[in-house]
Design a protein. Structure first.
Lengths: 177, 502
């Protein structure tokens, strides 16, 4: 009975064979899952970035705006389209329920995407029929994601962290050529 | 202690301290009111998420989403747990409650806190969802309500420890604590650690909301918030497991096979559960990889080990008890002849299965940095925790209620038939909903999102039609769960008011 005190001597009661076997199986399973993550971190190719910097949102916006003006090649729905040099540092700013600018990246080239927010916390969620990729975007922090696009196409960036009443209209774009 | 303060339960022979009984009743009633409000919000939110129905405007969607999470995850579950602590500390130990007046103070603080939170959320003063990540700011009363609630909870937990102390001093029980009380005590220890984290985050945030602090660092907030939010889910796990043991004993007379093993497993929860909280932050800036891997990998698995031990021990003790009753033919006669028509038994087994296979496995997988990249903040996460905290904890608590009503309220359940099928409806509904949410999430369907068709936005994106199919399935499963939930509320409230007096 789990609702009364156990009989005296419960502390020295040995484990049954079945119990020992189960604990061993459970422990083995736990060790396996424990090792999977660090091992996969080394052998796998899908790890979250850990490069980030503290940044003043105003400063980040200045840098990103200068970057956008320098490499601007067009505009869609009021959002600038930029085509930065292959392999460079590129910027995406979250704020005012927009992702700015629209990046136009080249297939097979590595870029360093800098993500930060000017107002609230946002969820950078790159969606496409083939895959999904999510990162948190916090005001005051510059999060650097290294990416090498492998497939040409147009990708959507939606926001998947609640950021206020305009949360659901916050959607942007990323183009790979 | 005056013996006039006690009655003896005719069914179990347990001694019930009347002032404790009053508090158990009050806390249980508020819990059921909370699940009623939370359930109404669930229905509205669920229907709004389906693009074909979409009943609420955006602001009310986010508001009711906030209310749903708070009323369910916080108010329903914690009031029920406090009732459980008073039960485990007094009735199971034949003891009196240390200080009933303190219990009422805690109760009032919690009710006032919960009331303020609900009012301010519904008035539109806290459109921040239950995580309230800054710089999103709610009205100061919101944080104040949470703090009052937490202080009340801390007092109630303290009262439980006080009760354990006097029960020991007055020798109301012989030897060690019963397993259920031991499990609840572990939950209470985790609760104290958790509430301290809660204070560390809500007090500064409250000060910020009234302008006394200039800002709250968003990253620091996330770290401490989840240092509070994650362990508080472990309170729920620990309390749920204690309820599994309780239900196994109440429905089959089962007795833990190896006390030491089960108690060690409970201790593992206490020791290792406070880590792993950073699985919420795997795709955050700021924290280093080593930090994230250590926190989410290193010791989380010992807590998983504990759950696996319980998930073995509870069915095993049930099997032994049923075999002793003569159902010993072959491997599975005991399983076939088990009391599947007893709501306590079915909800215990369903809770165990859903918690383990739906909530547990996905928790361990989504909590790795690699998978987090593809699942973070998608509907898959919502699916995961409806597996743990709804299919697991809530279902176990529902099953227990069918015993609380006759034993504590001394009323017969008005519809035994409804009680029989209710756990299946709720369990199967949650099972379908949680799994469908996970499939939908794997296509990138975001959580907490009013309109995934992105109608009228600059660059609409159309999700895969399969994802939409899974959303519809989640809707159907959710409706089933809501019918199950409504049956639970009607049957228990009806019984408390109109059930035959026992
Ligand atoms: C009656 C069955 C229930 C149904 C149909 C249901 C349905 C839902 C739905 C549709 C959402 C919104 C998901 C989103 O938009 O991202 C949700 C969120 C949530 N639910 Fe439930 N739910 C139920 C019961 C519960 C219970 C019993 C609990 C807690 C014990 C709970 C805790 C939560 C939490 C914490 C959230 C997250 C809110 C957020 O993301 O801000 N639910 N639920
Ligand atoms: Cu956003
Ligand atoms: Cu958002």
């Amino acid at each position: 009975m789990s609702i009364v005190s156990p009989e005296k001597g419960w502390y020295s009661e040995p484990l049954d064979k079945e119990e020992k076997v189960w604990v061993a199986i459970a422990l083995a399973w736990c060790l396996l899952t424990f090792f999977l993550m660090p091992v996969w971190h080394v052998v796998g190719k899908q790890n979250p970035s850990s490069e980030s910097y503290r940044v003043d949102p105003v400063k980040f916006n200045e840098i990103a705006t200068a970057f956008t003006e320098k490499y601007k090649v067009g505009e869609e729905n009021g959002i600038p389209i930029v085509h930065p040099p292959a392999g460079s540092d590129v910027f995406v700013v979250a704020g005012g329920y927009q992702w700015r600018p629209i990046l136009e990246l080249e297939k097979g080239k590595e870029y360093r995407i800098h993500l930060s927010s000017l107002d609230f916390q946002h969820g950078f969620s790159l969606v496409s029929p083939k895959f999904v990729m999510n990162y948190m975007v916090l005001p005051g922090y510059d999060y650097v994601i290294k990416v090498t696009p492998t497939e040409a196409g147009t990708y959507s960036i939606i926001c998947n962290e609640f950021c206020g009443m305009g949360h659901h209209i916050m959607i942007g774009k990323l183009i790979v050529k | 202690m005056a013996s006039a303060d006690f009655r003896t339960c005719p069914t179990t022979g347990l001694k019930v301290h009347l002032p404790a009984e009053g508090l158990i009743k009050a806390n249980a009633v508020v819990a059921v009111v909370a699940i009623l409000i939370g359930g109404i919000a669930a229905l509205a939110v669920l229907l709004t998420r389906l693009p074909a129905v979409h009943i609420l405007p955006a602001d009310w969607f986010y508001r009711l989403l906030t209310a749903h999470a708070l009323d369910m995850l916080v108010v329903w579950i914690i009031f029920f747990e406090i009732a459980g602590l008073y039960f485990g500390g007094t009735v199971l130990l034949n003891s009196r409650l240390a200080a009933p007046k303190v219990g009422w103070l805690a109760f009032i603080l919690m009710v006032v806190g919960a009331g303020i939170v609900n009012a301010i959320v519904l008035m539109g003063g806290a459109d921040v969802t239950f995580t309230s990540y800054p710089p999103l700011k709610a009205h100061p009363a919101y944080y104040l309500g949470i703090i009052l609630f937490a202080v009340g909870t801390l007092i109630a937990v303290g009262l439980f420890f006080g009760t354990l102390a006097i029960a020991k001093k007055e020798k109301t029980y012989d030897g060690s604590l019963p397993m259920v009380t031991f499990g609840l005590m572990c939950a209470a220890i985790i609760a104290v650690l958790t509430l301290l984290h809660g204070a560390a985050i809500y007090i500064p945030t409250f000060l910020w909301s009234i302008g006394l602090l200039p800002s709250i660092d968003p990253s620091m907030y996330r770290l401490i918030f989840w240092g509070f939010g994650h362990p508080s889910q472990q309170i729920n796990v620990c309390a749920m497991v204690a309820v599994w043991y309780l239900l196994a004993t109440l429905t089959t007379g089962a007795k833990p096979l190896n006390e030491k093993l089960c108690r060690t497993a409970f201790l593992l929860y206490v020791l290792f559960i406070n880590v792993a909280s950073e699985h919420h932050l795997l795709v955050d800036p700021v924290l280093s990889t080593a930090h994230k891997i250590f926190n989410t990998g290193y010791v989380m698995h010992l807590a998983v080990l504990a759950s696996m031990i319980h998930a073995f021990a509870v069915p095993a003790m049930t099997e032994v008890a049923l075999r002793k009753k003569g159902y010993s033919k072959g491997l599975f006669e005991w399983l076939k002849k088990a009391p599947w028509g007893e709501p306590g038994f079915s909800s215990m087994m369903l809770s165990l299965l859903i918690f383990g296979f739906v909530g547990g496995i996905t928790g361990v997988t989504f909590g790795t940095e690699q998978i987090s990249i593809i699942r973070h903040n998608t509907w898959a996460i919502t699916g995961h925790f409806h597996g743990t905290v709804v299919g697991g904890t809530t279902l176990a608590f529902m099953g227990l209620t069918y015993y609380v009503v006759p034993l504590i309220f001394r009323r017969e359940i008005i519809s035994k038939k409804a009680a029989q099928i209710q756990p299946y409806l709720f369990g199967i509904g949650v099972f379908i909903m949680a799994n469908s949410m996970m499939f939908a999430g794997s296509y990138g369907i975001p959580r907490r999102h009013w309109d995934i068709t992105f109608a009228g936005t600059a660059f609409p994106y159309a999700f895969d039609p399969t994802a939409m199919l899974f959303m519809t399935l989640a809707g159907l499963g959710g409706l089933l769960a809501i019918i199950g939930g409504a049956m639970y509320v009607l049957n228990t409230v009806g019984s408390v008011f109109f059930g035959k007096k026992l």
